[in-house]
Structure formats: C-alpha cells, structure tokens
Ligand binder design. Structure first.
Ligand code: FRU
Length: 458
C-alpha cells in the first residue's frame, strides 16, 4: 500500500465548500486499484509524488525492454536534417487527425553536419506528411523565414487542429541575444502560434500566421525559475507544452515539464548511499555544471537538486491562446530532475500520464536502476493520487546493451508508441524508431506486444 503525502497544504475545504469540480472521493484513499485512489479538483493545491521508494524498484523485464537494434534502418524520414522529439497533429482528444488525406507529424530538427548531441542548441520544428501513416515525406521548417519566434531555438510541444486552424504549442528556449555563457541562454517559455492549414498534391502547408505569443513562464512560486535552478547540476525545465481537452470536465488544459520551486527540495535525512558523485550532467552543460563536474558543488545530499515535476495550466474560458498556471500534478522531488514531454491518454474512466526520462536525470543513488525510458502513472483524474505503472513507473526501456538507443517515446491512444532513434552501434541515427504497441492489464500493468516495420502513426 502506498502512503501519499501532499506537497503543500490542501485547499480541499474550500473546494468542497464551493462545490466546484470537487470529485466525490476526496477523502484520503490508498489502494492498488487506481479507481480507488483519491481525486482532487483540478485547481487544488495538491501534487502527488513519484517517490524514491517507487523508483528504487525499477527493473527491466521482457514486458518493458525493447529489442536491441544492430542495424541502422534502411529507410529514414529524411537525410536533410536530424530528427528527434516528434508528435502528430491531433485534435483536442489526442487523436491523430487526417487532414484531406494527410497525417502530419512535427519533429525537432537540426543540421546533420552537427554532432547529434549538439542538436538541442539550434533546434527548429520541421514537419513531415504521410498518406498511409507509414511512409513519410519531409516538408521542411514549419515556421516561415520571415517569422521571428521569441527565442533562440524551438523545443518540443504539441499541435492541435480545430477546423482548418492549427495551434502550434512549443517551447521558446534561450532568450534572444543571449550567448552560450549567459544564463539566459537556457530560459524556457511556453509559446503558441496559429495558422491556417491547406493541402494539395504536394502535401500540407500553413498560412495566415498569428504572432508567436508567450503563454506561460515559470513563476518561482509553483514552478522553479532559471535563477532558482542555478545551484543545481542539470538544466531546469519549463517546457514541452501538451494541450488537450480533459474528457472528465470538457475543459482545455496544458501539461508541461517543470521543476519544483525554490533552489532545493527537502529530501529528509541525508543518505550516505546517495553520495555517489561526480554528478552525470548529460548533454545540457552550463557554467554551473562545469563547476559541479569539478566537484566544487556540495555533493551530499545531491538529491535536493532533483525536483522534476509535471505542470498543469488551464485554458482561460476555453481560449486556445490564454492559459493560467495551476500547481503541478506530479513531482519527482529527490527522485528525478526531468519529467520530459508529459502527455496523457484516457481510457476506462482513468487517466494515464506518460513522461520520458533519462538515466542521468535520476538522483544519483537511483541512477543504477533508472534507465532512459517511457514512464507512466495511472489515476482516477488529472489531479489525483497516481499509481506508478508496474509498481515503479517504467513502461518501456532501451535494451541494457544500449541505454541510449532511442528516446522521447510518445504514447498515443490505443497503446501505440513512437520514439526517435538516437544511435545504433554508437552511430547517430536521428530518425524515428519503428512504432511499438503495448497493452495495459488490470489498469496498472503494461506489456509491449508488437513492433511495427516502421514509424507508424495510427
Ligand atoms: C527531450 C527534450 C525535450 C526538449 C528537447 C530539446 O528529448 O529534452 O524536453 O524539448 O529534447 O531538444
């Protein structure tokens, strides 16, 4: 049985007094049945936790471990650019839409002359179209050249089609004018731009562009700011907006990757086994990171810097371009720094919350068990006590022989999951992996059951 402790005090009495969206099962419930977990109003000040105890039990099994690829795929999406984080154009219900015979996917892209690990710093969103959801034709950059997006680079997001209007949600990373040694080189803000879609025999195009509007920034109260994060070893997160309509209340919300506010989080008694420096900082190197790698940052307990969370914002009166920050729905304080690209699927009255994470972003003592993978949680509503799927949260993992084979898994309705291929035998791939299909049993257990021939988007 899982004990749940609120991150902050609950506003339940107010919720119940106002009778606003309060879900009936607000009393503390603890059960292995996700339907019996406690639920809270979307705007309540309650954040569930992915605990160190949960993560400590992560294990690779036949149900979650993907096969080793020993040959580069012969067909790649494009040889014009590297491709990584990818998402389909969907409706508000997270279902892929077919526009005049085309499915459209959006990907972060960068010049293939760059070493693949350097791709983050020049990322731009490109897109590809397909008539059958299997073979893809790369169409180039999404945003026209004369548009000046509010950042140095474009990071992940989501794309929603309503009528013939497309809403592009993405992360503006880096402040204009900032150089690699400036802290502002690492800022992240959530942005929307919209356009009209049209299609012809050559594919799909976008016109009538709106301004790019910043719709959310870290506030330092619910979400850690860049400044607050400066002491920690790994880049903070305020990125990867994913917009959806919640089937339980019909309202539009946005999930995103954040960090808990302040400089550090409280991890309880110092644990000597957590003193396993030096810190693995991964590809996101900053001046502070260099210091950490030099061993000058205090390394015990390091866990206090690992404070990833999944953020929530609600649309203001159904608007697709105005959002209000709400408290995060899940945090990984002392467990993991990055809950990246959060997204959700809804089935059987339950919410399945998905996120990706790297081995190196687990707090140090957990890096032995944590892997690059897709992680999932199931709960009765968007703000609820979630059960980590399979007990620990790991749903799909790379084979142990190559922990960085693939990344950025994206779970779609029906259990279809796509990702990008990072490397095969150490050679950078920068294209999409074959899609896999997984099934969920007893609401809380997952098993991957099929690998498609290529990057199939249903
Ligand atoms: C995941 C990720 C995203 C981010 C992008 C930047 O692969 O870290 O969170 O938007 O890559 O390249």
């Amino acid at each position: 049985m899982k004990k749940k402790r609120p991150l902050r005090s609950l506003s339940l009495s107010i919720a119940v007094a106002l009778g606003l969206g309060a879900v009936s099962s607000v009393q503390a419930a603890s059960s292995d049945n996700p339907r019996k977990q406690a639920s809270y109003p979307v705007w309540a000040d309650y954040t569930d936790s992915w605990t160190r105890q949960d993560a400590a039990t992560i294990a690779l099994t036949d149900d979650n471990t993907l096969p080793l690829l020993d040959e580069m795929p012969t067909e790649i999406i494009t040889d014009e650019v590297w491709i990584w984080d990818t998402w389909p154009m969907t409706n508000l219900n997270a279902r892929t839409v077919n526009y005049k015979g085309y499915k459209v996917i959006f990907s972060l892209t960068a010049d293939r002359d760059l070493a693949f690990p350097q791709r983050h710093w020049t990322a731009e969103i490109g897109y590809s179209v397909s008539r059958d959801g299997e073979s893809w034709e790369y169409q180039g950059d999404v945003f026209p050249e004369d548009v000046d997006p509010p950042g140095l680079r474009e990071w992940a997001g989501s794309t929603i089609l309503i009528g013939d209007k497309v809403y592009f949600y993405y992360t503006a990373s880096g402040s204009d004018g900032a150089g690699p040694n400036d802290p502002e080189y690492f800022t992240q803000k959530l942005v929307v731009a919209s356009a009209t879609i049209s299609a012809d025999s050559n594919g799909v195009s976008f016109s009538d562009w709106s301004e790019h509007k910043i719709i959310a920034e870290a506030d330092g109260e619910m979400y850690q700011t860049l400044e607050q994060s400066a002491a920690g070893p790994i880049i903070y997160g305020f990125r990867d907006p994913w917009v959806f309509e919640n089937p339980q209340d019909g309202q539009v919300y946005m999930l995103f990757e954040g960090n808990s506010p302040g400089e550090t989080v409280e991890c309880g008694a110092v644990d000597d086994s957590d003193n396993t420096g030096p810190i693995n900082t991964g590809p996101y190197r900053t001046a502070d990171v260099a210091t950490a790698a030099d061993g000058e940052l205090p390394v015990s307990p390091q866990a206090k810097y690992y404070n990833g969370n999944i953020g929530l914002a609600s649309s203001v009166q159904g608007s697709m371009t105005e959002f209000e920050l709400l408290p995060p729905i899940l945090h990984a304080n002392c467990t993991n720094q990055q809950l990246e690209r959060p997204h959700a699927t809804f089935s059987g009255g339950l919410v399945y919350l998905w996120t990706i994470s790297h081995k190196f972003t687990f707090a140090p003592a957990l890096q032995d068990v944590g892997v690059d993978g897709l992680y999932g949680f199931v709960g009765p509503s968007i703000r609820s006590d979630y059960l980590p799927l399979n007990g620990h949260g790991l749903v799909l993992a790379n084979p142990p022989e190559n922990n960085t084979q693939a990344y950025s898994w994206y779970a779609m309705p029906g259990g279809f999951v796509e990702a990008f291929l990072d490397n095969v035998n150490g050679e950078f791939a920068g294209t999409l992996t074959p899609t896999v299909k997984m099934v969920t049993k007893k609401h809380t257990e997952t098993s991957f059951v099929h690998t498609f021939d290529g990057p199939f988007i249903p």
